[in-house]
Design a protein around this ligand. Structure first.
Ligand SMILES: Cc1ncc(C[n+]2csc(CCOP(=O)(O)OP(=O)(O)O)c2C)c(N)n1
Ligand SMILES: [Mg+2]
Length: 901
């Protein structure tokens, strides 16, 4: 038999009900399993089945692999715990939240057409959240670190509506949903800590980011415990996601880390409404089964919450397992149709497939068939799943809860393909929604969609408050709980101001030396979190393996192959380095967890995430944006940076982009330092600004692997380094007629220094050299100055830093960067004269540094020619000088333009 035929035959075998002797035989097997289950429990039963499976394999029986369980609830009704709350009261509270959430969106869109907002996401997830709020989510308090909850971004109206009932958000704020600039303020569309820093903790709305961030958050919590930095607690990380969201590669991309690390402090709740924005998530398949097999295959505890309590008696009557089998037959597109259909349709099309199924529901009316709830709308089922999840030991849990998108919206969108976009309800639809959820508003008032909050002393408000009090307070709440650090660390960084005395080192090596010193510091040493995506050796950090260890939750179970060497690969339970393997996204998620621990945990951890600079802003830019939103602190270090400084690696690796890509992130301070002392000044000041003064900024520093002698700091240039530029070296003979100002950054500063020499010795031009440490800082300063002047025409105009600094700098202006020419160009308007910019626009090449700098036209020769050209354009030199120089310097004027070659 061919493979497909065999599979087909086996499927038939499973599907068709065996008769006669087979039937009896199967019955006997099932009965003996039942009796084992009863007498010895599920673990023994599982063990027997496992032994049977092994026995079958030994005897050549090829069992098909399936990570799926039947399309049924994972927790059988007999194991369901008692629901501890007042179900009726909780339903009423939930209904009020539903109403207010809907009212927010409808009202906002009446005032401002197209302001947007989502009704149907929360409508489907309300029970999933309310069971959490009433029974599980513990707040952060003095005594307990609290649970961490990642709310699905599009469900925010429901979270706001609850906070309104809790008395935490005013009706005026609700009124201004999506109108944040209104007097008195409003509410941001989605969870944004940047905009609502006392409320939201985690930005989640760029789908796919929060599942991955939640995994690394849960792991980071363990890291803090294993390093003795916080007490061991049973705090949980909850992440609420959409089923459509799981299509994002980031959503499932790190799930094996969670099981490998045995993160039983992590719970995913996937709201399986089977729909995304345009239509069904898997119309022709079953998203729940697909997710189940992915998560089970990855080693997660999977709890399916598919069917509500109304199904239990029917399932009980179904002794032959026909119903569960039928449940597993339908594709999601069919299920979507069923939920919007009448009871008669459900009877005919679902139960009608088999007369025995029809018989099961014969006593039931069409209306009661229509009212058969799904698991995700049944608090008892959801409670049972959550309870099992928080009690689970040794693995993370994912709850796959089946719901209806737009639940309760009826004709206005329940289960419809358009429901995601539904923002307006007509009068009939509003009245129907009101009646369905028992909102005490009459027909007339109802169509005004007022917010509704019962009196403070009503049983609803009292209950809701009491539940939150029992769970420690309100969720979400964001607060800064860490104390500022105190020392200024002058001593630590001083040695780097002195230069390397001729020894050739790269800025990366200088950084690693600083890191080593910081790790030994009594105040900040423990707080440092070095993070590497399998790149420590690239950056010469392997010495840290031994000294501070690589974090491993289980220590080191093997003798490392290099144990006899000084720098062996040491893993330890209290290891400090997060060696993430090849995942910049995962490393960034760790960076975010560590860089926001000042709020989440009240701990000032200082992450240093070092990686190949090309794979940062370019590859994981959206995580960086989320980090910015989240007010993350710390240092990102783009290693092997610079398009022409990283030799050999070519087009994919050579980074001339990241400083441009760092521009849009408002609170990122981006620096391209050339020398060790510049780096030391920036890092020392960064630690002060973030961890002493509490600024919501973080740093992007490029470090290079080109070794050269590090000079001593030329006087006190600290201020210039931090503001973005300072004069590094004046021309030897400032009296010369031909003058120039050369601007360089990073390793390219050395090319400017060489050009200074060539210009002086060969062409009689006296050039000053400027180190531009941050074009971004200069750009922001210039813009801010212009803006202030524009808005204050009556006041003495302010002068941009660039203009001020170059006021007494004579001659032509030439800048060279290892990044795009746009960087120098964007500050040129504040310069006293025209600027010639050299940069590395274009694709990299596999080549050595000298050839690359020739190819991209950023070496000392091109800086020289650019300077001479500017002098020629100003009429200061003859053309013949320029022609001669091009020849003398061996420049091929007909070479292809690197930008397009
Ligand atoms: C990265 C990203 N891409 C696209 C969107 C736009 N978007 C918002 S919600 C949505 C559909 C969500 O479907 P699902 O995850 O199933 O959530 P549900 O609303 O059904 O619970 C889309 C495409 C987004 N927010 N983020
Ligand atoms: Mg969905």
């Amino acid at each position: 038999m061919k493979d497909e035929e065999l599979t087909e035959a086996m499927n038939n075998e499973l599907k068709t009900q065996p008769h006669g002797i087979h039937d009896v035989e199967i019955q006997e097997w099932l009965e003996s399993l039942d009796s084992v289950l009863e007498s010895s429990g599920p673990e023994v039963a599982a063990e027997i089945l496992e032994r049977l499976r092994a026995h079958a394999t030994v005897n050549g029986i090829d069992l098909p692999f399936s990570a799926n369980t039947p399309y049924a609830n994972t927790i059988p009704v007999r194991l369901e715990p008692l629901f501890p709350g007042d179900q009726e009261l909780e339903r009423r509270i939930k209904s009020l939240i539903r109403w207010n959430a809907l009212a927010m969106v409808v009202r906002a869109n009446r005032v401002e057409h197209n302001i947007g907002g989502h009704i149907s996401t929360y409508a489907s997830a309300a029970t999933l959240y309310e069971v959490g709020f009433n029974h599980f989510f513990r707040a952060r308090s003095e005594e307990f670190e609290g649970d961490t909850v990642y709310f699905q971004g599009h469900a925010s109206p429901g979270i706001y509506a609850r906070a309104y009932l809790e008395g935490r958000i005013s009706a005026q704020k609700l009124e201004n949903f999506r109108r944040e600039l209104k007097p008195g303020g409003g509410l941001s569309s989605y969870p944004h800590p940047w905009l609502m820093p006392d409320f939201w903790e985690f930005p989640t709305v760029s789908m796919g980011l929060s599942p991955l961030m939640a995994i690394y958050q849960a792991r980071f919590n363990r890291y803090l415990e294993d390093r003795g930095m916080k007490p061991v607690t049973d705090a949980k990380v909850w992440a609420f996601l959409g089923d459509g969201e799981t299509d994002e590669p980031e959503s499932l991309g790190a799930i094996t880390l969670a099981s490998r690390e045995k993160l039983d402090n992590l719970i995913f709740v996937v709201n399986c409404n089977l729909q995304r924005l345009d239509g069904p998530v898997r119309g022709n398949g079953q998203i729940i089964q697909e997710l189940e097999s992915a998560f089970r295959g990855a080693g997660w505890n999977v709890i399916k919450v598919l069917w509500g309590s109304e199904w239990d008696p029917i399932l009980e009557r179904d002794t032959e397992g026909l119903l569960v089998r039928r449940m597993g037959e339908l594709v999601d597109g069919e299920y979507q149709k069923l939920v919007v259909s009448s009871g008669a349709y459900v009877r005919e099309h679902f139960f009608g497939s088999d007369p025995r199924l029809l018989q099961l529901v014969e006593p039931m009316s069409d209306e009661s068939l229509r009212r058969l709830r799904l698991g995700g709308h049944d608090p008892r089922k959801v409670y049972a799943a959550y309870k099992a999840a928080v009690e689970q030991k040794g693995k993370p849990t994912v709850i796959l809860a089946r719901t209806i998108k737009g639940y309760g919206l009826g004709e206005a969108g329940e289960g419809k393909n358009v429901t995601h976009q539904q923002k307006k309800l007509n009068e009939d639809e509003l009245r129907e929604f009101r009646s369905r959820f028992g909102i005490p508003l009459n027909d007339e008032d109802c169509i005004e969609v007022p917010f509704y909050r019962p009196a403070e002393d009503s049983v609803e408000i009292q209950y809701l408050r009491a539940r939150r009090e029992a769970l420690g307070g309100y969720v979400p709440t964001r607060s800064i709980r860490s104390k500022p650090i105190v020392a200024d660390h002058d001593e630590l960084f001083k040695e780097f101001h002195e230069g390397s005395e001729g020894r050739e080192v790269s800025t990366t090596m200088a950084f690693v030396q600083m890191l080593r010193k910081m790790l030994k510091d009594p105040e900040i040493g423990k707080l440092i979190v070095p993070i590497v995506p399998d790149e420590a050796r690239t950056f010469g950090m392997e010495s840290l393996f031994r000294t501070v260890g690589i974090y491993s939750s289980i220590g080191q179970k093997y003798e490392p192959v290099d144990v006899n060497t000084l720098l062996y690969y040491k893993e330890a339970k209290d290891g400090q380095i997060l060696e993430e393997g090849i995942t910049e996204a995962g490393s960034m998620a760790s960076f975010i967890a560590a860089g926001s621990a000042y709020a989440t945990h009240g701990i000032n951890t200082i992450p240093f995430f070092i990686y190949y600079s090309m794979f940062g802003f370019q590859r994981i830019g959206d995580f960086i944006w989320a980090a910015a939103d989240m007010r993350t602190r710390g240092f990102m270090l783009g290693g092997t940076a610079g398009r022409t400084t990283l030799s050999g690696e070519g087009l994919q690796h050579q980074d001339g982009n990241s400083h441009v890509l760092a521009l849009p992130v408002p609170n990122v301070k981006a620096y391209d330092p050339a020398f060790a002392y510049e780096l030391a000044v920036i890092i020392q000041d960064g630690i002060r600004r973030m961890y002493k003064d509490g600024e919501s900024i973080f740093y992007y520093l490029t470090v290079m692997n080109e070794p050269y002698a590090m000079p001593a700091m030329p006087g006190d240039v600290r201020d210039g380094i931090l503001r973005g530029m300072y004069r590094f070296r004046r021309a030897a003979n400032g009296k010369t007629k031909l003058r120039a100002q050369l601007f360089g950054s990073g390793a390219i500063l050395n090319e400017a220094l060489r050009a200074q020499e060539i210009l002086e010795t060969k062409y009689g031009v006296a050039a000053d050299i400027w180190s531009v440490t941050s074009y971004k800082e200069l750009y922001n300063d210039g813009n801010e100055t212009e803006r202030w002047n524009r808005l204050h025409p009556g006041e003495k105009p302010r002068v941009p830093y660039v203009t001020k600094t170059l006021a007494d700098a004579p001659g032509v202006l030439v800048a060279a960067s290892d990044y795009l020419k746009t960087l120098p160009n964007m500050i040129s308007k504040w310069m006293p004269r025209r600027l010639a910019s050299l940069g590395t626009d274009g694709f990299g090449r596999s080549e050595g540094r000298t050839s690359l700098r020739d190819f991209f036209e950023v070496d000392s020769r091109f800086i020289t020619v650019a300077t001479l050209h500017e002098l020629f354009a100003d009429g200061k030199i003859e053309r013949s000088v320029l022609d001669k120089a091009i020849k003398e310097l061996g420049i091929n004027a007909e070479k292809p333009n690197p930008v397009i070659s």
